[in-house]
Write a protein that binds this ligand. Structure first.
Ligand SMILES: *[C@@H]1O[C@H](CO)[C@@H](O)[C@H](O)[C@H]1NC(C)=O
Ligand SMILES: *[C@@H]1O[C@H](CO)[C@@H](O)[C@H](O)[C@H]1NC(C)=O
Ligand SMILES: *[C@@H]1O[C@H](CO)[C@@H](O)[C@H](O)[C@H]1NC(C)=O
Ligand SMILES: *[C@@H]1O[C@H](CO)[C@@H](O)[C@H](O)[C@H]1NC(C)=O
Ligand SMILES: *[C@@H]1O[C@H](CO)[C@@H](O)[C@H](O)[C@H]1NC(C)=O
Ligand SMILES: *[C@@H]1O[C@H](CO)[C@@H](O)[C@H](O)[C@H]1NC(C)=O
Ligand SMILES: *[C@@H]1O[C@H](CO)[C@@H](O)[C@H](O)[C@H]1NC(C)=O
Length: 764
């Protein structure tokens, strides 16, 4: 018997699954540890020597590893060059072919101590190819194109980003060729976790942003400083304004400081020095910026002098904080944002004592484009697999660059054009691409009926030409936005279904070169619609024209039998006979058959909805419209589970209640009646240990179940997971849960001995 307690599709999924995942994660983490990812003081540091064949430990005791495991493209070489007084031999990786982006997959993971990472990359050209042509290329992180690297003026070039880590385990760092820019090149790549909550204060106006470093200055110090003095390995640059006056105090003095109010945790070595201006009462930093943009500025102050100075803080001439106090033996920070600037003038104007500053950080605020919905991405991945080709579809389809064959509007995939390959059938996955406006699958060896597209309510253009499709299927009428339908050169036979006329926006219908026959539905006979019919057996609006075989040269073998689908040649004799009787009779037959078919269909639908709506006691289960479901799930944005039956999405009803929305994948598995039966049964089950059915939607071929959603994770999380200590289940409670779960499962199994799956709240 199928016991659904262990289905994989809800967050409250299987305990054993979760445990396995936990183990897997643990093993992975351990193996990462052994390759050097965690094998040092700087916990979670990843330091890649790009193009390097072996790892090594540098002077600061940081372990570097070869980048080979994190990227699969590019070539490696090494260069000798002299920088300052020291010469170095460094490996590098370069990318001569200029097609697809070149991506590193960096392991990142949100954890308790960090939700931000620092990503630092270094690009060196130094004429390694002896061509004397430093390259220009762009760099992206996640979905954001962050900067353009131009090695002509600056070689090496260093880029540094502060990136918010989300639920994803890897972050893509990619180099993108630009036209005539030469081969992108990279020398090193570093990932460093940052203190939790850092680089967030004052950013409320800028949600979902990344920061690109412009300046990080250790005021009052003339050399650059990093790990191990800064445990997060930020590089604090020397203060160009070191002279005329600075102060410094010993480390020990700072030990008594309360640093907890500064989430960025600037290292004591940085706070220990300050720039102080005694003579003019005005301290200024003039910082030119790369680009016009929005900037994030953090000013650090520490009371390392035995006085309490106060001053006005001005940015580009405007007072952003008046009478700012630096208290003795206290550290503090000012977080500021500036919109649309290309120059930065930070000025401290004394009010009492001398103005003083200990450190400055300036970042360009970089927008992170939204990711495409995970449903769309996984559907596209499945489609890529089904083509048997590597289309190079990785990461996000829309950003930073659009995948080939894909078109987007913002983060929404609106067109898919794949042709000249073998797809064979329109798989249900295409039905998940809910926002498509254009779908072109011409010449993809499609056979059988047009199917699985009924959910594409925004589809405007559908090109299925040059395939071997044999039937219109039943879903075309649901494509309510359809304007252009190209079905030329298929093997469609029989008559054109009447309900095509329901497509009110249709203005081009190409049916050329099929095996269609009979009279076209009169509903298609309208001024706004062009119907192309040549190259069929006998197809027109006129009920008479099929008589006049000779008038249409494209008709070689007249075919007038509509009852059977036999090969034309066998019917030639009969056809000639019937032809003599006349097309009037034929069209009468055609019309009556269509009418009959139509009525039959209507009738079944009526019976079904009567049953659905009136005859059942729904036990408070609601009937949702497809529109409501779409709104609740934010257009099916967040997948919380997936299985053979389809996908489960997180949704929020208009009353704020969270729900799990289960969308059936393979519509052929369950007829309307079985679906209604399943819904009925589920609606009757009200057990304290089972998730309640909130309602369902059965509209335009959608079979959707809506369940109560249980936040707070699964029981497995509470038993084994990270919350297990916090929530702390007593053994008595654990036993009770086990018993209750067993009861729940018993009922569930009863329900599902003939219907398949449900959402198990508890599992054992
Ligand atoms: C790169 O920088 C050089 C000098 O700084 C400049 O002349 C050149 O136009 C830049 N190239 C691009 C593509 O921006
Ligand atoms: C920094 O200043 C100290 C003391 O003034 C001096 O000894 C040192 O050489 C300076 N370093 C640099 C890089 O200028
Ligand atoms: C440090 O400062 C924070 C607030 O700024 C305060 O809540 C905390 O108690 C202080 N800690 C100590 C040890 O003084
Ligand atoms: C910087 O700002 C201050 C105060 O507004 C002003 O006095 C000073 O001239 C500015 N410096 C530059 C170089 O613009
Ligand atoms: C269809 O695709 C095949 C390759 O799969 C190609 O050889 C053929 O020319 C294409 N036909 C058309 C009409 O584009
Ligand atoms: C559909 O694709 C075929 C093959 O590329 C093309 O000839 C035809 O014009 C397309 N139809 C429309 C309506 O664009
Ligand atoms: C389309 O069908 C017509 C008529 O059957 C045929 O002559 C033509 O070659 C077909 N075109 C392609 C590209 O297959």
């Amino acid at each position: 018997m199928y016991c659904p307690g262990s289905t994989e599709w809800s967050r409250s999924g299987s305990g054993s699954m979760a445990f396995k995942c936990f183990l897997l994660g643990f093993v992975l983490l351990c193996s990462l540890w052994t390759v050097g990812f965690c094998n040092q003081d700087g916990f979670g540091f990843l330091s890649l020597s790009c193009g390097g064949a072996t790892g090594y430990v540098d002077a600061s005791n940081i372990s570097w590893v070869s980048d080979g495991a994190y990227i699969s493209s590019g070539k490696t070489t090494s260069i000798d060059y002299i920088e300052g007084t020291s010469s170095s031999n460094s490996p590098l990786r370069f990318f001569p072919d200029d097609k697809s982006p070149k991506c590193y997959k960096l392991p990142v993971k949100k954890n308790v101590s960090s939700n931000m990472v620092l990503v630092r990359s270094r690009f060196v050209y130094k004429n390694y190819d002896r061509l004397g042509k430093p390259p220009v290329f762009s760099v992206s992180l996640g979905t954001a194109i962050t900067s353009t690297v131009n090695l002509t003026g600056n070689d090496p070039w260093i880029e540094e980003f502060v990136w918010p880590v989300n639920y994803k385990d890897t972050l893509s760092f990619c180099l993108h060729s630009v036209p005539h820019g030469g081969s992108p090149v990279i020398s090193s790549l570093e990932v460093r976790p940052l203190p939790r909550g850092a680089y967030h204060t004052g950013m409320r106006d800028f949600p979902n942003k990344s920061l690109r470093k412009a300046y990080r200055i250790n005021s009052g110090y003339n050399e650059s400083l990093r790990y191990p003095l800064d445990p997060y390995d930020r590089i604090w640059d020397a203060d160009q304004s070191y002279t005329p006056f600075h102060v410094s105090s010993g480390f020990n003095f700072l030990l008594g400081f309360n640093l907890s109010s500064v989430l960025e945790s600037p290292p004591p070595a940085v706070l220990q020095t300050a720039r102080v201006l005694a003579r003019t009462d005005v301290l200024t930093y003039n910082l030119p910026l790369d680009a016009l943009g929005d900037y994030y500025i953090i000013l650090y102050f520490a009371g390392i002098v035995p006085a309490s100075p106060s001053f006005d803080v001005l940015v580009n001439g405007d007072v952003v904080r008046s009478n700012y106090h630096v208290k003795m033996s206290e550290a503090s920070a000012l977080h500021l944002t500036q919109k649309g600037i290309e120059n930065l003038n930070i000025t401290l104007k004394s009010i009492s004592f001398y103005p003083q500053i200990n450190a400055i950080e300036v970042y360009e605020i970089v927008d992170i484009p939204l990711e495409a919905s995970s449903t769309t991405v996984s559907a596209l991945q499945v489609i890529q697999q089904s083509t048997g080709l590597d289309l190079g579809w990785e990461d996000d389809p829309c950003s930073p660059t659009m995948w080939e064959h894909i078109g987007c509007e913002g983060s929404i995939v609106t067109s898919l054009e794949i042709a000249d390959i073998n797809l064979r059938s329109i798989s249900p996955t295409f039905g998940d691409l809910l926002d498509l406006k254009t779908l072109d699958l011409h010449n993809t060896s499609l056979t059988g009926e047009i199917q699985n597209l009924g959910s594409l309510q925004h589809l405007e253009k559908l090109n299925l030409s040059f395939n071997q499709l044999t039937s219109f299927g039943t879903e075309l009428k649901n494509l309510v936005s359809l304007q252009i339908l190209d079905l030329q050169n298929n093997s469609l036979d029989g008559i054109v279904p009447d309900d095509m006329g329901e497509l009110e926006d249709l203005h081009l219908l190409n049916l050329e070169n099929n095996k269609l026959q009979g009279t076209l539905p009169q509903s298609l006979n309208r001024e706004s619609l062009e119907v192309r019919t040549s190259g069929n057996l006998c197809l027109s609006f006129s009920t008479l024209s099929c008589n006049d075989v000779s008038s249409d040269p494209s008709i070689e073998t007249p075919q007038v039998t509509v009852f059977t689908k036999k090969k034309p040649d066998k019917n030639t004799h009969m056809a000639i006979m019937l032809g003599a009787i006349g097309g009037t009779l034929l069209s009468l037959i055609v019309i009556s058959i269509s009418v009959l078919l139509y009525m039959r269909k209507e009738r079944t639908e009526i019976t079904y909805s009567e049953r659905a709506l009136d005859m059942r006691n729904w036990n408070a289960a609601r009937i949702f419209s497809y529109k409501e479901i779409k709104a609740a799930t934010n257009n099916f944005k967040e997948v919380i589970g997936r299985g053979s039956f389809g996908s489960v999405y997180l949704g929020k009803l208009s009353d704020g209640k969270l729900v799990a929305v289960k969308v059936r994948f393979d519509k052929s598995q369950l007829g309307a009646d079985s679906f209604i039966n399943e819904v009925y049964l589920l609606s009757q089950v009200r057990h304290q240990n089972l998730v309640c059915l909130e309602g369902f939607c059965h509209e335009s071929k959608q079979q959707i179940l809506v369940y109560e959603y249980l936040p707070g994770g699964s029981l497995a999380d509470h038993l084994y997971g990270p919350n297990s200590r916090k929530v702390s289940l007593s053994w008595v409670r654990r036993l009770k849960i086990a018993v209750d779960a067993a009861k729940g499962m018993f009922i569930q199994c009863l329900c599902f001995s003939f219907k398949q799956e449900s959402q198990g709240k508890h599992d054992v």
